[in-house]
Write a new protein. Structure first.
Length: 371
């Protein structure tokens, strides 16, 4: 989790030039958001859903030249202000909840088995989350309305979120509306918001609204003591095993296995891309030894049924490197916060890490350059 980043900084310092993309099933470039800035009201949630592979976004590839060589740079457009279709929302909901097929067997004539959304629609339908139109169709490519979205979220989370609070009512959603209960209940727990005393149920929802609503619901689900134990074990295993496998002779196969078992999404792509570069003999940086100084602590900050946040404190690593007669030593504090998501098989995996000292890489590079 930390060691691979330290190694990559050392590699860049010694090599001076590093390719921007490396061999992996999904590169780190495919997690760079190019159309949403930090000031956006849903940035944190959009980033979380992208990093945890809940959403994919739209790839945008640019070609640029560097030192006479052409490189392709891929970034992701999330288009937060665009409307979202019924099929797209269904996919996000199914991915966010790791849903698998349920007991209800229902098909829709306008959802063909060859369509990209077929499995997502079948899963949601089998669990009673979607019921379709009066004529039996699903209308997958229709834009989803705010009322339809509230109804699907309410059905999906009704068994895991406490909706017993007195709901908030809106003058434009009466008891005759099919989504009345869903809107009232989801508004009561803060999953959906209105516009004053109006909900505007027939307005088309934005992509950012979809992510915000599902994210709020995910954070209302309760985790268990078993989840807490599993989360802490995953983080501690990633820290200790990566450190032991990254010093000197890298055990690449064991490292890759560790990454696949303890990370996902953005963190997995970063780790595999970095390892691919570190394995390249062209970028050898001599003999490296990394040892943990003291003992770190891992503490749950928040825990839900499918999402968790863990604070890692006092994670200090002593780095020693020898290269062509030069010797360098430095102790770095790489404490930070790990973000995890439960996967379909019930295991917890890290999808992102944020360091307390976001400038530690610059500090390490400057120290190396001045040595």
């Amino acid at each position: 989790m930390k060691a691979v980043r330290i190694l990559l900084v050392l590699l860049v310092t010694f090599s001076f030039s590093v390719p921007h993309t490396f061999a992996a099933e999904k590169t780190i470039d495919q997690y760079y958001i190019s159309d949403v800035d930090y000031g956006h009201g849903a940035y944190e949630q959009l980033e979380r859903f992208l990093y945890a592979d809940i959403i994919d976004g739209y790839e945008e590839t640019e070609v640029y030249e560097e030192d006479g060589e052409e490189y392709e740079y891929t970034s992701i457009l999330l288009k937060p202000e665009n409307s979202i279709t019924r099929a797209q929302f269904t996919k996000i909901l199914v991915n966010a909840m790791n849903l698998t097929s349920g007991d209800i067997n229902k098909t829709f004539p306008d959802v063909k088995s060859s369509a990209w959304y077929y499995n997502f629609v079948q899963i949601a339908s089998s669990r009673g989350i979607i019921t379709g139109k009066e004529d039996g169709t699903f209308k997958p490519n229709d834009k989803i309305t705010r009322a339809q979205m509230a109804a699907m979220i309410y059905r999906a989370f009704n068994g895991t979120v406490d909706f017993s609070k007195t709901g908030k009512t809106f003058k434009d959603v009466t008891e005759k509306n099919y989504a009345y209960e869903a809107v009232v209940k989801t508004a009561g727990v803060g999953i959906v918001n209105g516009y004053g005393n109006e909900f505007k149920p027939n307005n088309f929802a934005k992509r950012s609204h979809a992510v915000l609503m599902i994210d709020r619901a995910l954070h209302l689900e309760s985790g268990t003591a078993e989840d807490e134990l599993s989360v802490i074990q995953t983080v501690n295993r990633n820290v200790s095993e990566e450190l032991s496998l990254s010093s000197d002779e890298q055990n690449s196969e064991a490292l890759e296995a560790l990454y696949r078992e303890t990370t996902m999404g953005y963190q997995l792509a970063y780790s595999l891309d970095s390892q691919s570069l570190l394995d390249d003999p062209e970028y050898s940086i001599g003999s490296i030894k990394m040892e943990q100084v003291g003992e770190h602590t891992s503490k749950i900050v928040s825990l839900n049924k499918r999402l968790a946040e863990v604070k890692i404190d006092n994670l200090k690593i002593h780095v020693s490197i020898s290269e062509q007669g030069m010797k360098f030593e430095m102790t770095i504090d790489v404490s930070g916060t790990a973000y995890l998501k439960k996967t379909e098989d019930g295991s917890w995996k890290i999808y992102n890490i944020v360091y307390d000292d976001e400038d530690y890489e610059d500090t390490l590079t400057e120290a190396m350059a001045g040595n």
